[in-house]
Design a protein around this ligand. Structure first.
Ligand SMILES: CC(C)(COP(=O)(O)OP(=O)(O)OC[C@H]1O[C@@H](n2cnc3c(N)ncnc32)[C@H](O)[C@@H]1OP(=O)(O)O)[C@@H](O)C(=O)NCCC(=O)NCCS
Length: 142
């Protein structure tokens, strides 16, 4: 399957939210995250990137906050997992966040999930586990 990557626009939010609702781990447990919550991560607080198939459907997306260094989202549709899409989105996002001058990034994810292993594999350091959430940091290598 071909996959293209580009910065997200407001037109992608519907597709991003569809992926967010489709994942099988770190699932939404309420309606707290709605489509309007993606908007600040397009420009004001950070940036988002999407992975698209040939039909232009969103297969995955990532969103990072340049003010706090927090990874707000990294989600790949379950049907598209294990093909390097998550890693590609991750690498684009962290390269941009570090390019803004941040020296450390942070995130949390559910313990015993595929994502926990993914971040360990990508070089993130576990700093604590609290309320079934694993907290990681990634420091910029000078
Ligand atoms: C976590 C997630 C983003 C990974 O995306 P993906 O596209 O399946 O991952 P990739 O195929 O890019 O894998 C990238 C690398 O991580 C490794 N990896 C992925 N899952 C792994 C696991 N469970 N254990 C060890 N390594 C793993 C892959 O082997 C690959 O290694 P490589 O770069 O050396 O080849 C995806 O599974 C997902 O969206 N999960 C559900 C939602 C979620 O939990 N998101 C995180 C919220 S904080």
């Amino acid at each position: 399957m071909n996959c293209t990557y580009r910065p997200a626009t407001s037109n992608d939010i519907e597709g991003m939210h569809r992926v967010r609702k489709a994942v099988l781990e770190n699932r939404l447990t309420s309606n707290k995250i709605r489509e309007e919550h993606y908007l600040p991560y397009l420009e004001e607080q950070g940036r988002s990137w999407v992975a698209l198939n040939d039909a232009g459907e969103v297969l995955g997306f990532a969103a990072g906050n340049r003010k706090t260094g927090n990874i707000w989202a990294l989600f790949v549709h379950p049907d598209a997992e294990g093909r390097g899409i998550g890693k590609q989105l991750h690498d684009m996002m962290i390269a941009w966040l570090f390019s803004t001058g941040l020296s450390e990034l942070n995130l949390s994810t559910g313990i015993h999930t595929r994502a926990e292993k993914f971040y360990e594999h990508a070089g993130w350091s576990l700093v604590k586990i609290e309320d079934s959430e694993a907290f990681f940091v990634l420091r910029h290598l000078d």
